[in-house]
Write a protein that binds this ligand. Structure first.
Ligand SMILES: [Zn+2]
Ligand SMILES: [Zn+2]
Length: 250
């Protein structure tokens, strides 16, 4: 009986003394005592706390020791005929078999209850997981669209930068051409005039500058030509840095 539970409170510890009913129910010591006290208080017959069967007769509710002494085991069936002994043992075995079937039934019910609870929990987790997947999918789509917009903006910026770079290169070429002309003009002014040509009218610097200025169609001011010394010394301040910055590879 050690593997059985109380049929009333389902407790595994049945206590040093247990209770057996005529209706084949097994009670722990506490549940059996409670049933006895309830009957005494109500002045009514004892009712099985499990199936409410009236336990009227003397041996309808038996309080027994699950580990009887050797003396008790020797004397409990002493003097009885073998047929009666077998009949008594058969009834005791039927009680045991019923308790086993009841225990199995209750275990199946408990397992079913736990399985149902687990399935409900899994279903809830599945719904939550699906909702989370939908949310993440929406975020992923938004991130893809943002990335697409960013790439498009980057491509537009690269195209604009390339166009600006081409414009800068054209201006730089015009500037370099103008500077070469200015250097050549300066060299011409410093060259000694031969005697046989001293009577020829010499073009005034301002006339040269005007003609040079007009040749670049306004892309450079006369300020650069009026100071040839600065042009010979190299690029104007910051010109080298600006050229390096505009020559950034695309
Ligand atoms: Zn109990
Ligand atoms: Zn009962």
């Amino acid at each position: 009986m050690a593997d059985f539970h109380c049929n009333k409170c389902r407790g595994a510890d049945l206590g040093p003394r247990q209770w057996a009913t005529r209706c084949s129910h097994l009670l722990c010591d506490a549940c059996g005592q409670a049933a006895m006290e309830a009957a005494k208080a109500s002045m009514e017959p004892v009712l099985c706390p499990v199936c409410k069967t009236p336990l009227i007769e003397k041996h309808d509710l038996v309080n027994f020791d699950p580990n009887p002494s050797e003396q008790h085991r020797s004397m409990i069936l002493a003097g009885l005929s073998p047929a009666l002994i077998i009949e008594i043992a058969g009834r005791a075995l039927s009680f045991h078999t019923y308790q086993m079937s009841l225990q199995t039934h209750l275990m199946r019910q408990e397992l079913k209850t736990k399985t149902s609870a687990l399935e409900a929990k899994l279903q809830k987790l599945a719904v939550h997981g699906q909702s989370e997947m939908d949310r993440l999918h929406t975020q992923l789509q938004a991130a893809k669209e943002e990335l697409h917009r960013t790439v498009s903006e980057l491509q537009s910026a690269r195209q604009a930068f390339a166009e600006k770079s081409r414009q800068h290169n054209r201006l730089q070429m015009l500037y370099d051409d103008l500077r070469r002309k200015a250097v050549a003009l300066e060299a011409t002014q410093k060259t000694p005039v031969p005697r046989h040509s001293q009577q020829r009218p010499i073009a005034q610097p301002h006339e040269m500058r005007s003609s040079t200025t007009s040749s670049v169609s306004g892309f450079v001011t006369t300020h650069h030509l009026a100071k040839p010394g600065l042009i010979q010394q190299g690029d104007p301040p910051g010109q080298k840095q600006r050229r390096q910055r505009w020559h950034h590879p695309l």
